[in-house]
Design a protein around this ligand. Sequence first.
Ligand SMILES: CC(C)=CCC/C(C)=C/COP(=O)(O)O
Length: 284
Amino acid sequence: MPSPKAKTSGGRSGSSPGIGGNGRYEFMSLNRRPPQHLLQRQGSDPTSARLRASESPTRRRGSGSSNASTSSTGGQLPEEDCMRLNPSIVGIALSSLLATDLWLSKRLGVCACEDSSWGSIRPLMKLIEISGHGIPWLVGAAYCLYKSDSAAGQEVMLNLLMALVLDLILVGIVKAVVRRRRPSHNRMDMFATFSVDRYSFPSGHATRAAMCGRFLLAHLVLAAPLRVLVILWATLVGFSRVLLGRHNVTDVAFGFGMGYCQYNLVEALWMSSATLNGLMGQFA
Ligand SMILES: CC(C)=CCC/C(C)=C/COP(=O)(O)O
């Protein structure tokens, strides 16, 4: 795709910029052989790389040329150029997804700071952010465990505490492996973060909201309006991550999926009262 910054003196469509004899950028048609003064010796000038790219096998194949992997000067294209110039359909799809993700996340970051277009709702989004933070949930679960006077209540709160710790560990591992930077428009003013929380993928708030949402719906007897409120809260936590500029859309989407699956793991590792008493007995 010709660079809009290049000074054009050639055709419009189907052309690529090259450095003309006068040192100015020129556009050349990909269907015509470039002028001799632009056919640089390979490696001597970025234009030669660009000519090599404009003469890539896929383009030449598209223009009906017989030698699919020869450069404009008739030489054999090095293998790495052929490979690089022929990205797989998966690579193209992933690049398109990433570009769309970054563009959409930037557009949706409407309260990334006070003077953003929806900056007035930033305090509300920050409140929702705190409601999905790990510390309030850990403190709340520990308090409920301490105040609970039934074996069933203690069992549920202990398993919730373990689920929250499991979430922190798994999210921390994925963040540390993927190491995706947070969006450029994010203002890192979250309270109480770990080192890995500087990374964006996945959203820890989204994983916690999905996992805790499922946990509450499964283990608390809630009337229908409250059940709807739990689902609404979890959804708002996820959305707030993008609106605040903390995350890209894909970070939150993956976080929701990961949190949903984490709950399945919590159910599989569920510690019953008998098991917990047995463990307590061993440590007592
Ligand atoms: C310090 C504790 C106990 C938890 C950290 C909670 C936190 C700051 C997670 C990051 O969430 P996002 O990945 O959604 O920004």
